[in-house]
Design a protein around this ligand. Structure first.
Ligand SMILES: NC(=O)c1ccc[n+]([C@@H]2O[C@H](COP(=O)([O-])OP(=O)(O)OC[C@H]3O[C@@H](n4cnc5c(N)ncnc54)[C@H](O)[C@@H]3O)[C@@H](O)[C@H]2O)c1
Length: 457
């Protein structure tokens, strides 16, 4: 098969895998190769058991894999062969040195840039798919264009806005695609090439082009705004609990205001995921770096309130359970950071389990997709936590169930059966407000929800 363009993506994770799969599916004339240094991840992409769970992903991978979609660990060969290279490696928060705890750790990104420089034998377009601090492209260009081979590398920014759990849907019908480039003839030409790829399925008016720095900053800002909305409603949930207001009612009515809108107003035990916290902290670091401590403090408070919300929820559990949970079995329903994913990075369930252990409770973790990830995250306390696939078994003889992930399955369980097998009084702490409280109370449960004071009863 003669392909008209060869795309490479470096990094076969939650972003690289699904985005490239959809590009391959929608552009059969383009050869798409995804590489990673992690052999077992690539083996899984080439197998029937993909390395990540994402609704609809299997079907699309099966359609494109072997036709124009390839997964490999031969990074050097794939770089040589590519016209356009998307870089989708991880950019976690730095854990050492200057900026530790806030700045992005760019070592994976820089290693990639140096490898591209080392093995390339032709001009290439390099696309930042990872979320990066604003002005990273300038540093990358300096590395890449420091070559004496006479090669030109044009760096673009094309941040990814997909949400885990709905990645395939988001990629098939994105609200917008953003491509940032230098406003020079070569920058604009490179940008048009990448626009041309997305234009195979995304309406042209949804493909937005900006300068490089706007594009890089937009991604950080978009995540900060989304997280801030969750934190705003969560902060109000605390006031609801004290006053007898119901946070779901408040959010529903507020959301009817078209200036506010209904989305991202669901109160919970807090947001998780690999991106929100990391990207806000990165924004905080940038603001500090550019001499804006007030702006930095504003955004940092979003992360602080989020963690407080999770600890606060466990403190309420303790209060309701007669101020002691030592020795009590507590079934933790859900360990993934949200429903429809097996991803547990920064999951509030993790904090909940740690807080329960601190109180010497016995947590039993159940999750439809994330048991192995939970075991990995809790590997230092495996002797203190039980993992159980079946939520009915997890709740047997438990004093309480705490819902940490909004899996639909949990709402559909036979709660009478669960009640009958539990210690009494049987408590349910609904950290996602997904359960039918009236029904549960009829069965006999003591139910505690987020943002609902006892005055609700
Ligand atoms: N997960 C999301 O929902 C999401 C959404 C939008 C943007 N992002 C951003 O996308 C980027 C990737 O996120 P992710 O969740 O896919 O991360 P991930 O950790 O799942 O995947 C990154 C992959 O890159 C590989 N890698 C690292 N260095 C490499 C190298 N030198 N050569 C080849 N492979 C290398 C790693 O082995 C890993 O498999 C991050 O910057 C993240 O902030 C993530």
């Amino acid at each position: 098969m003669n392909f008209n363009t060869k795309i490479l993506c470096i990094g076969a994770g939650y972003v690289g895998g699904p985005t490239m799969t959809v590009i391959a599916d929608k552009c059969p004339q383009v050869k798409v190769t995804v590489v990673d240094i992690n052999q077992s991840r690539i083996d899984a992409w080439n197998s029937d058991k993909l390395p990540i769970f994402e609704p609809g992903l299997d079907e699309v991978v099966h359609r494109a894999r072997g036709r124009n979609l390839f997964f490999s660990t031969d990074v050097a060969l794939a770089i040589k062969d590519a016209d356009i290279i998307f870089v989708s490696v991880n950019t976690p928060t730095k854990t050492f040195g200057q900026g530790a705890g806030k700045a992005s750790d760019l070592q994976y990104w820089e290693k990639t840039a140096r490898q591209i420089l080392e093995v390339s034998t032709s001009d290439k377009i390099i696309v930042e798919k990872s979320t990066l601090p604003v002005r990273t492209a300038a540093a990358m260009e300096r590395i890449l264009n420091s070559n004496d081979k006479g090669l030109h590398f044009e760096v673009l920014s094309n941040p990814e806005f997909l949400a885990e759990g709905t990645a395939i849907q988001d990629l098939f019908a994105p609200d917008r695609v953003l491509i940032g480039s230098h406003q020079t003839p070569s920058g604009i030409a490179a940008c048009e090439k990448v626009v041309g790829i997305y234009a195979n399925w995304v309406p042209r008016e949804r493909i937005l082009t900006t300068n490089l720095w706007s594009s890089e900053l937009t991604k950080l800002t978009a995540n900060a705004f989304l997280a801030q909305r969750i934190t705003s409603i969560n902060s109000i949930s605390a006031l609801c609990e004290r006053t007898g207001a119901d946070v779901d009612e408040v959010a529903y009515v507020m959301g009817k205001d078209s200036r506010i809108g209904p989305k991202f107003l669901k109160s919970s035990i807090g947001f998780g995921g690999s991106c929100f916290k990391k990207d806000i902290l990165n924004l905080v670091y940038l603001c500090e770096h550019y001499g804006l401590p007030q702006v930095a403090a504003y955004w940092e408070s979003v992360v602080n309130i989020n963690e407080w919300q999770t600890h606060r929820f466990v403190a309420r559990m303790l209060e309701h359970m007669f101020n002691t949970i030592a020795g009590k079995r507590i079934a933790v329903f859900g360990f993934a950071f949200k429903a429809d994913t097996g991803d547990t990075r920064e999951s509030p369930a993790h904090l909940v389990v740690r807080d329960l252990l601190e109180e010497r409770a016995h947590p039993i973790v159940t999750d439809p997709k994330a048991i192995s990830e939970a075991k990995r995250d809790l590997k230092d306390v495996l002797d203190k936590v039980v993992f159980e696939e079946d939520p009915y078994k997890a709740s047997e003889n438990a004093h309480a169930v705490v819902v940490c992930t909004e899996w639909k399955q949990f709402a559909a369980l036979d709660w009478k059966r669960i009640y009958d097998s539990m210690e009494k009084p049987a408590f349910v702490f609904d950290g996602r407000n997904i359960l039918n409280v009236v029904e549960l109370r009829k069965i006999g449960f003591e139910v505690v929800s987020v943002g609902k004071g006892m005055a609700e009863t």
